[in-house]
Design a protein around this ligand. Structure first.
Ligand SMILES: [Fe+2]
Length: 283
């Protein structure tokens, strides 16, 4: 006789073009039985919110493994306390690289310095700031889809130089020479402005690391990048997450941009993040 397995599973879109909320329980997430569906929703909707799911660090790591290949950079391992979750905080006693995280306050895609960026991130709130600290996401698939055809033709095929130092200049516009050289040592990467995914879908590749469209006059290039960023981050493509303690949010890093909204750096705000290894190169 078949046994009925009852699990909580309520799926609701939170905005027309981005963001889905799933009400469920830990057991369902950790069983992996919905992993395929979660991957599918992540790719279609960009962002999934699991309100107040309250996974522990160990559970978050286990859940991440159900979705794909767990990713961790060697440089990050020391900070995970052996648990595999990376602390996102402006508190330098918890994360001595807090300075680098300041680039996260501006629209970006993670991993534009590599050819295969991470597929996605999973982030849980551990401590909140009293004010601010929301996270915004925009859907770069939808932003491409809804461009006028003549605009699509004009930009498809363009290549853009990305450099990490560009994003650091947003928050530190007058670095010392030594600091600038450190940032520049990370290198640069040339990426397509329009990403043609294996699925056949296309998305825009923009963000704070975008330095210059190759072969284009610098002022013209900046105007194009700013115009496209403004378009891709306009309200119809954006979901803004207002965190509650214990929320977990996952997002498709290959079809979205994200940014943190300002908050008091002394507030102790703390997020624990895990990542999914990239499965597709920029193309
Ligand atoms: Fe990020």
């Amino acid at each position: 006789m078949a046994t009925a397995v009852s699990s909580r599973w309520q799926v609701r879109d939170v905005a027309p073009k981005i963001g889905t909320e799933i009400i469920t329980d830990k057991e369902t997430l950790l069983s992996g039985e919905r992993a395929g569906e979660i991957r599918d929703i992540m790719e279609r909707r960009g962002v999934i919110v699991f309100p107040e799911i309250n996974l522990t660090d160990e559970e978050q790591v286990a859940f991440t493994h159900t979705l794909g290949t767990f990713a961790q950079e060697a440089s990050e391992q020391a900070l995970t306390g052996g648990k595999g979750v990376y602390p996102i905080t402006m508190d330098p006693t918890i994360n001595p690289h807090a300075d680098y995280l300041k680039g996260a306050f501006y629209w970006h895609i993670d991993g534009t310095m590599s050819q295969v960026p991470i597929l996605g991130s999973i982030m849980s709130s551990r401590r909140l700031s009293a004010e601010g600290g929301d996270t915004e996401f925009c859907n770069t698939y939808a932003a491409w889809d809804e461009l006028p055809d003549d605009e699509k033709q004009a930009i498809d095929g363009l290549q853009v130089v990305h450099a990490m130092w560009r994003s650091q200049l947003y928050h530190d516009p007058e670095p010392s020479y030594d600091k600038l050289k450190q940032w520049q040592a990370i290198g640069r990467n040339v990426l397509p402005l329009v990403w043609k995914h294996k699925t056949g879908r296309k998305s825009l590749v923009l963000g704070a690391t975008a330095l210059q469209v190759q072969g284009m006059d610098i002022a013209e290039s900046e105007a194009l990048l700013v115009r496209l960023r403004t378009w891709a981050t306009s309200p119809q493509f954006v979901y803004r997450h207002k965190w509650k303690l214990g929320d977990m949010v996952i997002w498709d890093n290959t079809g979205t941009m994200h940014r943190a909204m300002a908050y008091d750096h002394n507030s102790g705000r703390l997020m624990h993040r895990t990542k999914l290894e990239g499965e597709e190169a920029f193309a």
